[in-house]
Structures are given as C-alpha cells and as structure tokens.
Design a protein around this ligand. Structure first.
Ligand code: ATP
Ligand code: MG
Length: 208
C-alpha cells in the first residue's frame, strides 16, 4: 500500500485509523465526506493491531479485520488499506503510524480522520501534542457525541489543526453490530453486503 501511494505521487492523504471490528457504513461515509471536503487524493484505512485503549476487550483476529476492511473499500478507487499497524504488531500508536507515513512520502499533507468520540480523547493519546504538529485532524460529527468542546479549553489552541466535518449522522457502531450478530438481530444496510457475508461465513461475533 505504501508503495502504491509513492507511485501515485500524492499531495494530500487521509488516514482513517480504527479497530474496524467490523468496519461499517459510519466509517465509509466519514472517509468519503472527508475526501470530498478536503480534496484528499486518497484515504488509507489502517486497522490497528492491538489498540491501547481496548486491551481488556476481546478483539477479532487482525487478519479478519483486515480482510473485512479490504472488502468494504474495494470498489472505491480513492480508498486503500494499510497493514502497517498489523505488521508492526504490539500496541498501535497513531504517532508511530503518522511518522512512518511522513518518512515514506515526501511533502505529503496528512489528515488524520476521526469521529467525534475519538477526537475528544486525543489528549490521552501517546505524544498528543507532537501528533498535532505532525498532521491535521478531521473530526466528523457522530450521533451521541458533541463537538462543541472543540471550541473551548485546550482545543482552542489547536483550531488550525483540528477541522470539524459535518456529516449526515449515522448512529452505527461496531459494538452495536457485534451485539446484534450475537442475538440474531439484522445488521443489513449498516455495513457492506460483502462484510456481512464474511461475518456469516467466518461465524464472527457469535459468542463471547
Ligand atoms: P467500537 O464500537 O468497537 O468502538 P466504532 O464503531 O467506534 O467501534 P472504531 O473502529 O472504534 O469504530 O472507530 C474508528 C474511527 O471511526 C474512530 O475515529 C471513530 O470515531 C470513527 N467512527 C466510527 N463510527 C462512526 C460513525 N458512525 N460516525 C462517525 N465516525 C465514526
Ligand atoms: Mg470506537
């Protein structure tokens, strides 16, 4: 994936980090809106290996999450998937990922895309202040979370670095999808058909 990006000689790259357990339409709508609004040449989805904030929770095998991310992004020519964090292993820190992308791509303008919940936790991330120097952030609205905090306190200092993106609210979450599968409720139209089929085939989320 990094090799592709170098050949394409891109100027503006979006990075969408996540656990993607599973990837769903909330992620896809957010990435598409960010690409359009900020004229990104590409958005690369980076499934995490072992997320630092979720160590006590059981996470689906990285290879399954990677395959679902590929299936979901396959028919969008602007979207790609990177194995960077999965192959690096251990705990996945955004600062390491952003630095690797910057080293590989000369003069690239990086935009890290998040939902409202994730941006409001940014100051708990490793080397947050440095991260905010290394790239810009696009924070999308997400039902249940308010972006109004971005107008106050420490966030005020970073208003040139954190951009707010209003998207049609999709109250979809991976947690809810996992729970739905477990109790047999429908998940159709919340995520691509191909991902739904993969979940069925691999019998994911059926038990604890
Ligand atoms: P989980 O419930 O397991 O935490 P999730 O649905 O929050 O899953 P993540 O993989 O944790 O998905 O999220 C990756 C990124 O996508 C985060 O920045 C998150 O804020 C954003 N995101 C997830 N769902 C939405 C949504 N419905 N609308 C906007 N952003 C979203
Ligand atoms: Mg989440």
């Amino acid at each position: 994936m990094l090799d592709d990006l170098i050949e394409d000689n891109i100027d503006r790259l979006g990075i969408m980090g996540g656990t993607f357990d599973p990837i769903h339409n909330g992620h896809l709508v957010t990435a598409e809106a960010a690409a359009y609004q900020y004229e990104l040449d590409k958005v690369v989805f980076v499934p995490s290996a072992n997320p630092p904030h979720k160590t006590e929770q059981k996470i689906t095998d990285a290879e399954d999450r990677y395959i679902m991310t590929i299936l979901a992004t396959m028919n969008n020519s602007k979207f790609g998937v990177s194995r960077l964090e999965i192959d690096r292993g251990g705990l996945s820190y955004t600062i390491d990922t952003v630095q690797t992308f910057k080293e590989m791509l000369d003069n690239v303008d990086l935009y890290f895309i998040t939902g409202a919940d994730a941006i409001l936790e940014i100051f708990t991330w490793k080397k947050a202040e440095q991260l905010l120097q290394e790239c810009k952030f696009i924070a999308a609205t997400r039902p249940g979370y308010s972006l109004s905090k971005l107008e106050e306190g420490i966030y005020e200092e970073y208003k040139e670095k954190i951009f707010q993106l209003k998207i049609p609210g999709l109250a979809i979450s991976s947690t809810d999808i996992r729970n739905r599968v477990k109790i047999g409720r429908p998940i159709k139209y919340q995520l691509p058909n191909t991902v739904e089929a993969y979940i069925k085939k691999r019998k994911l989320y059926k038990e604890e």
